[in-house]
Ligand binder design. Structure first.
Ligand code: NCD
Length: 320
């Protein structure tokens, strides 16, 4: 099995082979999840703790469901009522949990790099469920699985990522993953929402949305992340929708069989028209949610295998 990592902190360190390994295993979990009896004992006896310092609907619930389907004991830390509110640092909280011997720690945090820091302090496998503007690896993997299943491949596609790129860890992880797999990437958005340095990751930056959507196989919309903005990024919501909201007229510039994606949560009427989002012939937004559970099962399964062999090795060494 081509996957030897201790943690899943980002897409950056993964090879195309490792990405393919995760997607292939996730395909098998999609089948399991469609059965009436979804239980497996892959993580039986293991403890998974979910620590979400930022709000989440899809990511947290799918990590919880994924862990439970694999037979782990899953605990959701309620960070709103935890001692973090009393001033305990991230590392102290992590060390406290570490002392309870969890096997998998799923962490979302508002600060870029916080999850990497935490991973360096604990003995278990850490999965990054989104850190600031940095990375959101399981989102990029579930997007890749959705694309691969819809298009039959995950290379040589023209993929347009549109909207608030500047604040988006989803865009960053997707750009890295889809670039590694050999796709033609375009970033579409106003200059105020386009970070510097993204062109170096191999994408073409296009300000005009119609121009950017021409001939695209995949149209990936991003949420306007108002909570990460301190004013002045866009003139008004109306103006933004007019120029960058995905509606039928703009989508007509993409290929006739182009798929529409959005990681959620969606702002209908801001970055996407509600009818497009609900159009089952174009939108794969609900498929993304389904793939999310399978991808998270695959990631935890692979990390648990590595954890078991690492621990097995350590025990064997202690006998020598
Ligand atoms: C994204 C996130 O939290 O980064 N959502 C998600 O995980 N599905 C995107 C967003 O918040 O806009």
């Amino acid at each position: 099995m081509a996957f030897h990592a201790r943690h899943l902190l980002g897409i950056e360190p993964l090879s195309p082979m490792e990405i393919t390994t995760i997607l292939d295993l996730a395909d098998r979990y999609v089948d399991l999840n469609r059965r009436t009896v979804k239980q497996s004992d892959t993580l039986a006896g293991m403890t998974q703790i979910n620590m979400f310092f930022e709000n989440s609907t899809r990511t947290q619930s799918s990590f919880e469901i994924a862990g439970k389907r694999l037979g782990a004991d899953v605990m959701n830390m309620n960070m709103a009522t935890s001692s973090v509110k009393k001033g305990e640092t991230l590392i102290d909280t992590a060390m406290t949990l570490n002392a309870m011997h969890p096997d998998l720690l799923v962490v979302r945090h508002g600060a870029s790099g916080a999850v990497n820091l935490l991973a360096s302090k604990v003995n278990c496998a850490v999965l990054n469920a989104g850190d600031g503007r940095h990375e959101h690896p399981t989102q990029a993997l579930l997007d890749a699985l959705t694309i691969r299943r819809a298009k039959g491949r995950i290379d040589r596609l023209t993929i347009a990522i549109c909207g608030d790129v500047a604040h988006s860890r989803v865009a960053r992880s997707n750009l890295i993953l889809l670039g590694k797999m050999g796709n033609n990437l375009r970033l579409i958005g106003p200059p105020t929402l386009m970070p510097s340095g993204f062109a170096e990751l191999g994408a073409t930056i296009i300000e005009d949305m119609r121009e950017g959507l021409k001939g695209a196989d995949v149209v990936m919309m991003l949420r306007l992340q108002k909570e990460r903005m301190d004013g002045g990024f866009i003139p008004s919501m109306r103006e933004y929708y007019h120029r960058y909201g995905l509606d039928a007229e703009k989508l007509a510039y993409a290929k006739p069989d182009a798929i529409v994606m959005h990681p959620g949560p969606m702002n209908r009427g801001v970055e996407i028209d509600g009818e497009i989002a609900d159009d089952i012939n174009r939108s794969v937004i609900q498929d993304q949610v389904e793939m999310g559970v399978a991808v998270r099962m695959a990631c935890m399964d692979l990390l648990a295998r590595n954890l078991r062999s690492e621990r097995g090795r350590r025990i064997a060494e202690s006998y020598v």
